[in-house]
Design a protein around this ligand. Structure first.
Ligand code: ADP
Ligand code: RBF
Ligand code: MG
Length: 215
């Protein structure tokens, strides 16, 4: 059964920072997913291939959070958006008929990237991600999909994306309705935002991976 917001921890992990086995990394080019993320839920998820990720098969299916690095192409409109603008517009969820008024939450600030990485189009964002089988949709293959906590003005299919997972939020659940699923994902975004908004959770040591310098 679905849990409700009041029963859930509002912040994950100790203030000092992530604990083993985190950080866990995965990366690759953003591919097309099941084609229902944005349209049905108002919550776009960037799918990255799970092939070749050593830890993925043994990871507990569920919702994780951390940081994402994305290499945006030179003409992408979000290359010019400043962190302050992104904070002002702190809801990455799009309104839909099932969720006309998505709630806002705090976008935590990311590590600052070096000028060379910025020049190559790399940008860092907080993220929540789902790893597993989406019981609500009964998928038969394991997928990894990342919802980036930033409202983009254009898609970024085909771009190189890196994620560094710092913690686990909850197991994946089946739901009585789409509304209940969306409400829980909104809560996941708030929990991730709050958890990453602490100095021990900025992904210290993960920068070079996140902006594409490390293989
Ligand atoms: P698909 O089923 O192909 O994954 P989605 O409806 O889940 O389709 O949309 C995912 C795409 O939306 C991503 O690949 C990315 O290009 C784009 N996108 C726009 N905003 C976001 C965001 N905040 N988080 C993740 N992806 C986003
Ligand atoms: N799908 C589920 O069936 N159960 C879940 O508990 C669940 N949690 C999710 C949490 C987050 C943060 C995200 C981004 C997605 C989650 N999904 C879950 C996946 C959702 O069903 C999926 O994004 C859509 O099916 C589009 O592929
Ligand atoms: Mg998707």
């Amino acid at each position: 059964m679905a849990t409700t917001g009041t029963e859930r921890p509002q912040i994950i992990g100790p203030d000092s920072g992530p604990e083993p086995p985190y950080p866990l990394r995965m990366g690759g080019k953003v591919v097309s997913g099941f084609g229902r993320g944005s349209k049905e839920l108002g919550i776009p998820t960037a799918n990255i291939p799970v092939e070749g990720v050593s830890w993925i098969e043994t990871a507990e299916p569920g919702v994780y959070f951390g940081w994402a690095g994305i290499q945006l192409p030179a003409d992408h409109p979000d290359l010019s958006s400043k962190p302050s603008e992104s904070t002002a517009n702190s809801c990455s969820i799009n309104p839909t008929t099932t969720n006309p008024h998505p709630t806002t939450f705090k976008y935590p600030s990311a590590l600052s990237s070096p000028p060379e990485a910025l020049g190559k189009g790399w940008r860092l964002y907080p993220m929540v991600m789902s790893i597993g089988y989406n019981p609500f949709y009964r998928n038969t293959v394991r997928s990894a999909e990342v919802h980036v906590l930033h409202r983009f003005s254009r898609d970024f299919y085909g771009c190189e994306m890196r994620v560094s997972i710092l913690g686990f939020i909850r197991r994946e659940l089946d739901y009585v309705s789409l509304e209940a699923l969306v409400r829980d994902i909104e809560m996941d975004c708030r929990v991730a935002g709050r958890s990453l908004d602490r100095s021990g959770w900025k992904g210290e040591g993960e920068g070079a991976w996140l902006w594409g310098e490390e293989a």
